[in-house]
Design a protein around this ligand. Structure first.
Ligand code: M1P
Length: 257
């Protein structure tokens, strides 16, 4: 049976959305069309976002048209669910630093900084390591890059695969750390304990008694940061090519009866 919190929705379904390239263009704001879709969906089903980014970035992308994303979405998951909200209320969670410990983290981050200092790429900016609650985000060019610079790096990395090579080195060097490395965006990769991928967020929703849990994401291929939740037996996965695709499939599945 569905929990009383959601008994007013005609369809007993949860629809979870990745953020970048599913609800919004990468690191940019959602359009009025997407917000309109989400408003209509909420009259039918329960909705949530599950992003790899930190909460500040995600909420700024989804704060359009006077919306407070943490209240508008029934569930809000940043950093794969290591930051979790239900109906605007923060849920208890764990942290990356508690999992890994200060000593091991220091070895990891020192190695990363040395490796990045030696990496020869066309341009570098600032903020190469972003320490978050549930993960560390590593960017060879640095996170303080403009949109044009981001696009240039993404094109360069498609050819030279500097992120993939870096991840291979880290996997081998820190094999005993139990970490997963995930290239989910344009200029960086995420490092988190194995199992703390987007399936992590499912622990906050599986007791709610939904008949179906749908997940929409763009990086659903093996190695992409939507792959695990997309293929998880608890979800019905949908692979999209961008926000327009999300609107089309959701309209067909949930709004056209
Ligand atoms: O949401 C996907 C990724 O978005 C950002 O990646 P990038 O800055 O490389 O485009 C990051 O916030 C990353 O953590 C996240 O997984």
């Amino acid at each position: 049976m569905v929990s009383a919190d959601f008994a007013n929705r005609p369809q007993n379904k949860l629809v979870l959305f990745d953020v970048d390239d599913t609800l919004t263009p990468p690191r940019q704001q959602a359009t009025a069309e997407i917000i309109d879709l989400l408003r209509k969906l909420k009259d039918q089903v329960v909705i949530g976002f599950v992003g790899g980014s930190d909460l500040v970035k995600i909420t700024s992308q989804l704060s359009v048209d006077g919306i407070n994303p943490l209240e508008f979405f029934d569930f809000g998951f940043a950093e794969n669910g290591l930051i979790a909200y239900k109906l605007g209320k923060k849920q208890a969670s764990q942290s990356f630093i508690n999992y890994i410990g200060e000593e091991r983290y220091k070895k990891l981050v020192n190695f990363i900084l040395h490796y990045l200092a030696d990496m020869d790429i066309p341009i570098k900016r600032g903020t190469f390591v972003e320490f978050r609650n549930g993960m560390v985000n590593v960017s060879p060019m640095g996170r303080n890059a403009t949109f044009d610079e981001r696009n240039e790096f993404a094109a360069y990395d498609k050819i030279h695969k500097v992120r993939a090579a870096f991840v291979d080195v880290l996997r081998e060097k820190f094999a005993d750390y139990g970490l997963t490395y995930s290239i989910g965006g344009q200029i960086s990769f995420d490092v988190f304990p194995s199992g703390w991928d987007k399936t992590y967020c499912l622990r906050f929703v599986e007791q709610e008694g939904f008949d179906e849990i749908h997940f929409f994401g763009d990086k659903t291929y093996k190695g992409g940061n939507d792959y695990e939740i997309f293929t998880d037996a608890r979800t019905i996965g949908h692979s999209v090519k961008g926000p327009a695709d999300t609107v089309r499939i959701c309209t067909e599945l949930f709004l056209s009866s």
